[in-house]
Design a protein around this ligand. Structure first.
Ligand SMILES: Cc1cc2nc3c(=O)[nH]c(=O)nc-3n(C[C@H](O)[C@H](O)[C@H](O)COP(=O)(O)O)c2cc1C
Length: 336
C-alpha cells in the first residue's frame, strides 16, 4: 500500500453522487492528495451487488485508493473489507458520520457515535483484512452529546490509522457552522493523523483550518462542487504562491464538458463489462448524463446567466446538445 504523503495534504471528501471515478481523477489533476469514493454499503458488497461493485471503480486508479464502507454489522464489515482488499483498495475508511435517516435508522453512519464499543469492534473487524483502516466521524450525535474526543481515542485504541472529523453533530446535518474547536480537541487527544472537515470553500479557509486545528490534512466537501480549481488554490497558498483562482467561462465550461465526457465513458465501460448491446450502452450513457446535471449546474456558479443555463441544461439528454448549449452561451457572451 502506498503511504499517504501528509505534507500539505488535501483530501477530497467522499460524497454520494459526486465522488465518482471521473470526478476523483479531475480533483487529483488539480492537486487533491487523496480522493475518496462515496460510501459503499458493506452489506450490498457482501451480496455482490452489481451496482455497488461498479460504484467502487478503483481498478487502475493511482494509490492511495481509499474506499469508504458503511455498515453497523461486524461480520459484514469484516467480509466487505476482505472483498475490498481483493479488488485492490489500499485503505478502508469506515463511515461513522452519515446523518441520513435511512442510514442511522439501521444503526449505521452517525448512529455509531452512540455505540462506541460497536464502533471499535467494527474497526477491529475491518482491520482483519490486513489493510489500514481509517474512520470518518462527526462531533457527536447531538449538541448535548458531543463525544468526538473520547470516541476518537477509542477508535485509535482499536487500531484506526487516521481519523477525519466533520465539525458538526448528526443533529446539525449540514446546517450551521462546523465547530473547528472540536477538530482541534481531537487532534490534541490522539496520536494518529487527524483530518479536519467542514466549511472549506476557499483556500483561505483551508489555511485557517490548518492553523486553528493543527490538523494533518484538510478535507473539502461541498466546496469542490463545480470547483475542482479549489484544490489548485489551496496547494498554491500552502506553497506561498499566488492562488490561480477560478478560470474564465470558456475554461470552466470546457472542464464541465470533460467531466461529463468522462462520466459517460465510465458508464459505457461498465455497460460493456456486463455485456450490454449498443442500445443498452446508450441508455447507460443517458443515465450518467442525467445524474451529472445537478453537479454541472455548480460549474455555472458566478457565470452571467447561470440560472438560465441551468434551466436549459435540464432539458438536454445528449452530450452534443450540451456542447452546443455551452458554445452558444460563449458566443453570446462574446457578443455582449
Ligand atoms: C450530497 C452529499 C453527499 C455526501 N456523501 C458522503 C459520503 O458518502 N460519505 C461521507 O463520509 N460523507 C459524505 N458527505 C459528507 C461530506 O463528506 C462532508 O463531511 C460534509 O459535506 C462536510 O464538509 P463540507 O463542509 O466541506 O461540505 C456527503 C455530503 C453531501 C452534501
Amino acid at each position: 500500500m502506498t503511504e499517504i504523503n501528509w505534507d500539505n495534504a488535501v483530501f477530497a471528501a467522499p460524497m454520494a453522487g459526486t465522488s465518482s471515478r471521473a470526478f476523483r481523477e479531475i480533483v487529483r489533476d488539480y492537486g487533491a492528495t487523496v480522493a475518496c469514493g462515496e460510501m459503499i454499503s458493506a452489506q450490498a458488497l457482501c451480496y455482490n451487488n452489481r451496482k455497488t461493485r461498479e460504484l467502487i471503480d478503483i481498478e487502475g486508479e493511482p494509490s492511495p485508493k481509499i474506499v469508504q464502507l458503511s455498515g453497523g454489522n461486524v461480520d459484514f464489515i469484516k467480509e466487505a473489507a476482505c472483498v475490498l482488499r481483493e479488488i485492490g483498495a489500499d485503505i478502508i475508511d469506515l463511515n461513522m458520520g452519515c446523518p441520513v435517516p435511512k442510514v442511522v435508522r439501521n444503526g449505521e453512519g452517525a448512529a455509531l457515535m452512540q455505540q462506541p464499543q460497536l464502533a471499535a469492534d467494527l474497526v477491529k473487524a475491518a482491520r482483519d483484512a490486513g489493510l489500514p483502516v481509517s474512520v470518518k466521524i462527526r462531533t457527536g450525535w447531538d449538541q448535548k452529546s458531543i463525544n468526538c474526543l473520547e470516541f476518537a481515542r477509542l477508535l485509535e485504541d482499536a487500531g484506526a490509522a487516521f481519523i477525519t472529523v466533520h465539525g458538526r453533530s448528526r443533529e446539525q446535518m449540514y446546517r450551521g457552522k462546523a465547530d473547528w474547536r472540536q477538530i482541534a480537541a481531537v487532534k490534541e487527544a490522539v496520536g494518529v493523523p487527524v483530518i479536519g472537515n467542514g466549511d472549506i470553500f476557499t483556500a483561505a479557509d483551508a489555511l485557517a483550518m490548518r492553523e486553528a486545528c493543527a490538523c494533518d490534512a484538510v478535507m473539502v466537501g461541498r466546496g469542490m462542487l463545480g470547483n475542482p480549481w479549489l484544490f489548485a488554490d489551496i496547494m498554491a497558498v500552502y506553497q506561498e504562491r499566488e492562488a490561480p483562482g477560478r478560470p474564465d467561462a470558456e475554461q470552466i465550461l470546457a472542464q464541465a464538458l470533460t467531466h461529463l465526457r468522462r462520466e459517460i465513458e465510465r458508464a459505457r465501460f461498465w455497460a460493456k463489462m456486463r455485456g450490454a448491446d449498443r442500445k443498452e450502452e446508450d441508455i447507460a450513457a443517458t443515465a450518467a448524463l442525467r445524474s451529472l446535471r445537478a453537479h454541472l449546474g455548480f460549474y455555472f456558479k458566478g457565470l452571467r446567466g447561470a440560472a438560465q443555463l441551468r434551466n436549459e441544461l435540464n432539458h438536454l439528454l445528449r452530450y452534443e446538445e450540451i456542447e452546443t448549449l455551452f458554445n452558444e452561451y460563449l458566443q453570446n457572451k462574446a457578443e455582449d
